[in-house]
Design a protein around this ligand. Structure first.
Ligand code: ADP
Ligand code: MG
Length: 323
């Protein structure tokens, strides 16, 4: 099963940023209010993520690292309308198969924490008493230590750190109500306290966007879009500042990207790199989120209608607030 897990890990754990994503999603599913992310060497050496969520009962702890052990889906019909971020029950097992992973966790009922250690998919020793407050810390060291061919594909610490930060930014933008702190090599590099969406957008996208953003809010039938978009300008210092979310999940979608670009081009004949933070809510029945294991892609049942809706909403916002 270790080999199967290592193969599966290739799907789920492409690089340190994939670990960060999966572990953060679990923390959020556990109701965390504050999350601390500690990275060493861009996450290649160590990724330690501490949450204050509801923890894992120590009787269940050995199950958490088994493949297809998910506590989040009880029936096939749940697959149709998945509310939690995780539902495949393979992330922790995959990560554990290609790293030295420890879980330290404590529920509100426990009077102390419990810990499990898994090295390259093999559990080391028993679930044992540990210390710590209510919540969970997942510590992932030496990613790919036992799969050297994969380890070779890791880029520099700087590059991997960049990917990790991208992941945290996306998640943090979707959950401004959760506080985040990020450490790298022993120093705090970001700290976003819990607040509202404006505060979070300002903290992450910065002053330039703060000064130029237009608020957008539009609803039509089963579709609703809200967020912030930049006033068009001729030049933009930073590219790739487009964050779109579908039902709370960061996604990369051609239909939405195309609608954004067309609206900017058609309304103001410019700005191929607008900055946007847009959140689309759609009936879950009309979108398939399970296209890709990493889940940054979706498939709309009616892409044309989504395109038209997003295009119109942006066009409207630009012509009324674009000045
Ligand atoms: P999934 O999220 O798809 O259920 P994972 O492999 O990511 O599968 O996690 C396995 C299980 O471990 C989860 O279903 C959950 O029960 C438990 N778990 C993992 N991380 C946490 C956490 N931070 N807090 C509480 N429970 C967790
Ligand atoms: Mg998960």
């Amino acid at each position: 099963d270790t080999l199967i897990s290592q193969i599966a890990a290739g799907e789920v754990v492409e690089r340190p940023a994939s670990v960060v994503k999966e572990v953060l999603e679990n923390a959020i599913d556990a109701g965390a209010q504050a999350i601390t992310i500690r990275l060493e060497e861009g996450g290649c050496q160590r990724i330690s993520i501490q949450d204050d969520g509801f923890g894992i009962a120590h009787q269940q702890l050995h199950l958490a690292v088994l493949r297809h052990a998910t506590s989040k889906i009880k029936s096939l019909s749940d697959l149709e309308s998945v509310a939690s971020l995780g539902f495949r029950g393979e992330a922790l097992a995959s990560i554990a198969s290609v790293s030295r992973l420890s879980i330290t966790t404590r529920t509100a009922e426990d009077d102390h924490a419990w810990q499990i250690q898994v090295n390259g998919g093999e559990t080391v020793g028993d679930v044992s008493p540990s210390s710590g407050s209510v919540g969970t810390t997942i510590d992932v060291q030496d990613l790919y230590f036992n799969t050297p061919a994969r380890r070779k594909f890791l880029k520099s610490a700087t590059t991997e750190l960049g990917h990790c930060l991208d992941v945290v930014r996306r998640i943090a933008l979707s959950r401004p109500d959760i506080g985040f702190a990020i450490w790298h090599n022993g120093k705090v590099i970001e700290r976003w306290s819990a607040g509202n969406i404006e505060q979070r957008v300002d903290a992450i996208l910065g002053q330039e966007f703060h000064e130029s953003r237009i608020a957008l809010e539009s609803t039509s039938g089963v579709l609703s879009l809200r967020g912030f978009i930049s006033k068009p300008t001729a030049s933009r210092a930073r590219a790739d500042q487009q964050y779109s979310f579908v039902n709370g999940r960061f996604i990369r979608d051609k239909v939405i990207q195309h609608a954004i670009r067309s609206a900017y081009q058609d309304v103001l004949h410019g700005d191929r790199q607008p900055m946007v933070v847009l959140s689309l809510e759609i009936d879950p029945q009309l979108v398939d989120v399970n296209v890709h294991p990493a889940k940054t892609e979706v498939r709309f049942r009616e892409g044309g209608a989504v395109h038209q809706f997003v295009y119109k909403a942006i066009q409207n916002a630009l012509s009324t607030g674009g000045g």
